[in-house]
Design a binder for this molecule. Structure first.
Ligand code: SF4
Ligand SMILES: [Zn+2]
Ligand SMILES: [Zn+2]
Length: 400
């Protein structure tokens, strides 16, 4: 029997063999565009034959894959195919493919004004790493391409998941001789994602978490003199966000959804998403091929996140029509001006300094300070947490 390990939830299935990978996925009723199949530590394609005693892992990622057994560049046996590009690659040329897509995102379009461009080799970049595949792959790619890039990990206090994520980020930084900042939300600001969301009744857990992360990324970047914050948002993330914004006709969000968000005031750094041309599946495959250890398990609090449902809908579309997801997102980005014109302004409302912490806001007190004050009014302040205004004073550097 072929022994199959499936993830999220973790389980083992036995399937009668021999058979090929495509048949195996069919029998298990798994959408091949949403997974990677790993056998003996290597990625395998749909046509790969599995002996009766094979052991395989089916790793969920959400995105595209079918046939194409030889590399599009050198004709060597392919380890991954991407129907959207109608191509397959060997490990060496797959890494080139991914890095080329990132270069394209960084360099394109050259014609835009300087503040709309991503970044250059003189800029100091801060990559927000979670321990997941996208952010670690992004850090790896940017280091490989020669950029000046450090990492920032935020301890969200989500039990064992946060501990494992931090260990993985620290191990990556040490292996690559890269510099990682670690900021613990509870130690620095007095609440964690879990404790904060229990008492912040007007926001979901992901809402409390997302607001805190965005705030800390910007604050650390400003205080440590970084020019740009880069995040691992990929094609699936951006397409799912686009679908959600369109379903609710959030025109203001549509106007601001683009791969580069320029700084619009003091104490604000540019934010860029260099992975917007690459799918989740492409990023997971990159990590496997490059030997990057990442947290495969999902955040245990992900349930309330509607982006996940939108991703599944788009993946079903992608299965029927490879390339649909990219057409959807890139078509929107090509027409983006229509939404900024509709909004009447590129940068939205005027940004001023928060009266408590000095970070950018559109009101008197920023949303993070208001959230923190509400939470700390209920929670006992954690020993060592800084009083207002908060500052990442407990930043622990992991230097090479
Ligand atoms: S799933 Fe929600 S709670 Fe978990 S890390 Fe993401 S935003 Fe935070
Ligand atoms: Zn090749
Ligand atoms: Zn503030």
């Amino acid at each position: 029997m072929v022994r199959v390990r499936l993830r999220n939830p973790d389980r083992v299935e036995q399937v009668e063999g021999p058979l090929d990978v495509g048949e195996l996925l069919d029998r298990l009723d798994v959408n091949p565009t949403t997974v990677l199949v790993i056998c003996d530590g290597n990625l395998v394609t749909a046509s790969h034959d599995l002996p009766a005693d094979a052991e395989v892992e089916i790793r969920p990622v959400i995105s595209g894959g079918a046939d194409g057994p030889s590399c599009a560049v050198c004709r060597a046996p392919a380890v991954i195919e991407e129907p959207r590009h109608r191509a397959a690659w060997c490990p060496v040329h797959y890494v080139d493919h991914v890095q080329n897509q990132v270069r394209k995102a960084i360099d394109h379009p050259q014609a835009t004004p300087a503040r709309e461009r991503m970044f250059g080799y003189a800029d100091r970049l801060l990559v927000a790493v979670s321990g997941g595949k996208d952010s670690l792959a992004l850090w790896d790619i940017l280091l490989d391409l020669g950029y000046r890039v450090d990492g920032l990990y935020i301890g969200l206090g989500i039990g064992g998941y946060s501990r494992r994520s931090q260990e993985i980020c620290e191990a990556f930084a040490q292996q690559r001789g890269a510099h990682l900042h670690v900021v613990d939300l509870a130690e620095t600001y007095g609440f964690s994602t879990v404790t904060g969301s229990q008492v912040a009744t007007n926001r979901s857990t992901c809402g409390v978490c997302g607001l805190s992360k965005r705030y800390v990324f910007n604050q650390v970047a400003v205080e440590r003199g970084y020019d740009v914050v880069v995040t691992g948002h990929n094609l699936d993330d951006e397409a799912a966000t686009l679908l959600g914004n369109l379903l609710r006709w959030h025109e203001d969000f549509l106007a601001r959804q683009r791969p580069v968000l320029p700084a619009t005031g003091a104490n604000q750094v540019r934010k860029c998403k260099p992975l917007y041309r690459l799918s989740e599946r492409e990023m997971a495959a990159y990590c496997v091929i490059r030997g990057i250890d990442y947290v495969v398990e999902e955040c245990p609090l992900v349930d309330g996140n509607t982006g996940h449902e939108h991703k599944e809908i788009l993946s079903a579309l992608e299965r029927a029509a490879p390339g649909a997801k990219a057409q959807f997102l890139f078509g929107f980005l090509d027409r983006h001006e229509r939404f900024t014109e509709a909004e009447g302004a590129d940068d939205g409302p005027t940004v001023v300094a928060c009266g408590r912490c000095g970070m950018p806001t559109v009101g008197e007190v920023c949303a993070f300070c208001r959230q923190r004050e509400r939470i700390l009014a209920v929670l006992p302040v954690t020993a060592g947490a800084a009083p207002a205004p908060p500052s990442p004073a407990t930043d622990r550097n992991v230097a090479p």
